[in-house]
Design a protein around this ligand. Sequence first.
Ligand SMILES: Cc1ncc(COP(=O)(O)O)c(C=O)c1O
Length: 450
Amino acid sequence: MKDGNFLKANNARSLWHPMTSPADSLANAPTIVTGARGVRISDIDGHEVVDGVGGLWNVNLGYSCQPVKDAIAGQLEALPYYSTFRGTSNDKVIELAEELRDFFAPDGLTRAFFTSGGSDSVETALRLARQYHKIRGQAGRTKFLSLKKGYHGTHFGGASVNGNANFRTAYEPLLAGCHHIAAPYTYRNPFNESDPAKLAQLILQQLEDEIAFQSADTIAAFIMEPILGAGGVIPPHESFMPGVEAICRKHGILLISDEVITAFGRTGAWSGSRLWGVKPDFMCTAKAITNGYFPFGALMIAEGVAEVFEKDESGKAAIGHGYTYSGHPVGAAAALACLAETKRLDVRVNAAARGAQLWAGINALKDKHSVIGDVRGGHGLMLAIELVADRATKKPADKPVPGKVQKTAYEAGAMVRVSGPNIILSPPLVLTEADAQVILDALDSGFRAL
Ligand SMILES: Cc1ncc(COP(=O)(O)O)c(C=O)c1O
């Protein structure tokens, strides 16, 4: 084992980090996390903090979830790997598909296609959406619509429906036929509309307009997050996603709900679709499905879509898509244990309660600190604080400002995440009231230190 000084000096020498430039990694030493228990992480210097980030929106049950650890260890002994490609399966993945079918039955989703993570789940949804239309004799339906500010992972398909230039520009040209409409972002939008219900209606009109412009019979699917996450936690008005669903149905367009963050309780409901009363055709899941302990995901598929594939006799429904790790037995075992714990603890209830506490707390911080331009949340444990240089003009805060808040908050006892001008909170769903207060106090220290 190398000592702490070696690790600090060499982090970026041979390692490139996701989502930052290699030069940035060389210039700025990272926090080297070496341990975790409960909802706390500890670094190489022995400093322990409440993890306000929940890993990366995924460690919903915290770091000490023994049943998931035991399931992984046990499965490594019993069957560490076997493929689920044609002709073979494993016991755990069959059991998991049945459990997920029950869990997502209220969303109308009854089949699972397993993946290695969120980007894979999105890619699978986009591909199967096109194939669905081909099976039904509508091969012209190939385009995808999505929301600006949406995040759908980093494969070329997902990046093409992403709505943030940071994940697109360097990798263009992206997939042809992907078109974006405005995000339901009341703080900044092209309509200058701050009323959430009115903004929702304006964007729905924009969606109708875009469909008419593209022609419905060229569009395969619309993909959206029920609450936009990585784009800065943007919860739409409650009328928005049902409105999108109705428009999609009217035009024969499939609805893909990207719930890589929102599935399994984070919003205070078991899924974002259920929060809004929507039944999507596909639901992308990953992250919390294994509590972040094993890379794994599942694309959930609606009964109606499944029937089209299962009843096909033309051969067009053969799925020419899959991953070596689709249905990995260790991931499936982890997911089974995780789902059982998630249900036993009924974590959505605590997510809603602690979410309300943090929501009230960061709104109170807004009254104290003028650098806070907007606070977003109000639905479980996904919240954002947008920093500005000037509230009147909404000019974004200077680039180093969110990082300064983060650094002081970390020293004061909580890890929070910076994404552009936003500070994002997505803690484990098993957070206690006292833990949530630690996060709020640490943020207060961060703002006071500016
Ligand atoms: C909504 C959404 N979709 C897709 C992804 C991509 O997931 P992954 O990073 O596991 O590939 C993410 C990751 O944060 C996400 O938030």
